[in-house]
Design a protein around this ligand. Structure first.
Ligand code: PLP
Length: 360
């Protein structure tokens, strides 16, 4: 068996310990004589899996009691519709456009009400986070929406926007559990888990209870109401059982690593190795304004498409996978999520140094 260093933006690398545990439990989960994939979502064994996963997530993120944790499906993209359907009481919302995912959420919201763009960094290909300290937010806006870590462009909000008292909604798909967060600052904080937490197929939405009501937009399907899933404790219908089970193992792994403070420290160290190299390199350069750099997604370029392609090809041959940048930006992108070992980043930088020597 040989494993590569996988720099994919998502689905992405998972902790090896978690994969090994899952492999060991594949045929017989804790004496049940079956795999978690094969068991009823109403069984005692699965009840324990989902309850433990929720309890561990609540502990890791320090989630206040007045928030529900919902394990949902449909990808982060389904939240682009669920958020307006459930929250747009005044049919108005403010969107901050810092990349493609924020833009998609904004475009989806427009189908349900008056979504207003209150800030954007489109003028410089989303290479920075706009100043959000004094935005012109409509009085009657139901919420202010951000994509907190921009997976494609590699920027991150280091400071939350001043919402002027409005509910904050955040897509944290690509920074989920990468550092501590103050959940109480958000109305809804959600993410697809396939970037930093688990296998594709699960979305976790953490929703403040007062936002979970029957009063959704007319025609909202039962499955797209937060209340449906909150009332049924994420078991209204068959949930993505196996995915939730793996997420639960990742939560335990994070607890064993020392929680989110330790994750942050580790992630800062890893990112620094790469950014420090990029800052002094004669060949490679980062594409993002330094103060807004993501700890998770690091885009970089050589400035020459042919050299970029050569680098990606040679890196792949050397065991560094998925370094190609998003099709909309080109160049390279190294996603260095929680489960990417320090050694993976160190070896990548060594490889980049060597490539630079050979291609000066
Ligand atoms: C990947 C990603 C999405 C889309 O996720 P899907 O689960 O494929 O719908 C949305 N937002 C962010 C920030 C992402 O990184």
């Amino acid at each position: 068996m040989s494993r590569v260093y996988n720099f994919s933006a998502g689905p992405a690398v998972l902790p090896e310990e978690v994969l090994k545990e899952a492999a060991a439990e594949m045929l017989d989960y804790k004496g049940t004589g079956m795999s978690v994939m094969e068991m009823s979502h109403r069984s005692k064994a699965f009840d324990e899996i989902i309850k433990t996963a929720e309890a561990d997530l609540r502990e890791i993120m320090n989630i206040p009691d007045n928030y529900k944790v919902l394990f949902l499906q449909g990808g982060a993209s389904q939240q682009f519709a669920m958020i307006p359907m459930n929250l747009m009481k005044n049919k108005k919302a403010a969107y901050i456009i810092t990349g493609q995912w924020a833009k998609k959420a904004y475009q989806e919201a427009k189908m349900y009400g008056d979504a207003v763009e209150v800030a954007s960094s489109a003028d410089k290909t989303f290479s920075y986070i706009p100043d959000c300290s004094d935005l012109d937010i409509p009085e009657d806006a139901d919420y202010v929406y951000i994509c907190e870590n921009n997976t494609i462009y590699g920027t991150k909000f280091k400071e939350l926007p001043n919402t002027k008292g409005h509910t904050l909604v955040a897509d944290i798909s690509s920074c989920f559990l990468s550092e501590p967060v103050d959940v109480s600052k958000y109305g809804v904080i959600y993410g697809g888990v396939q970037k930093n937490v688990g296998p594709a197929g699960v979305v976790i939405a953490i929703v403040r209870e007062d936002l979970i009501t029957e009063d959704t937009l007319p025609g909202t399907p039962t499955m797209l109401k937060y209340k449906t899933h909150a009332d049924a404790e994420s078991l209204y219908n068959t949930p993505p059982c196996y995915g939730i089970y793996i997420c639960g193992k990742v939560f335990k792994w994070i607890k064993n690593m020392g929680g989110l403070e330790s994750m942050k420290e580790l992630n800062e160290k890893k990112a620094k190795i790469l950014y420090d190299f990029l800052d002094q390199s004669q060949l490679f350069s980062g594409t993002v304004v330094a103060k807004d750099r993501s700890l998770m997604n690091v885009p970089f370029i050589t400035g020459n498409d042919e050299v970029d392609a050569k680098f990606i090809k040679e890196a792949k041959a050397a065991g560094f996978e998925n370094l190609k940048g998003h099709r909309s930006v080109g160049g390279m992108r190294a996603s260095i999520y929680n489960a990417m070992p320090m050694e993976g980043v160190e070896k990548l930088v060594d490889f980049m140094k060597k490539f630079e020597e050979e291609n000066k």
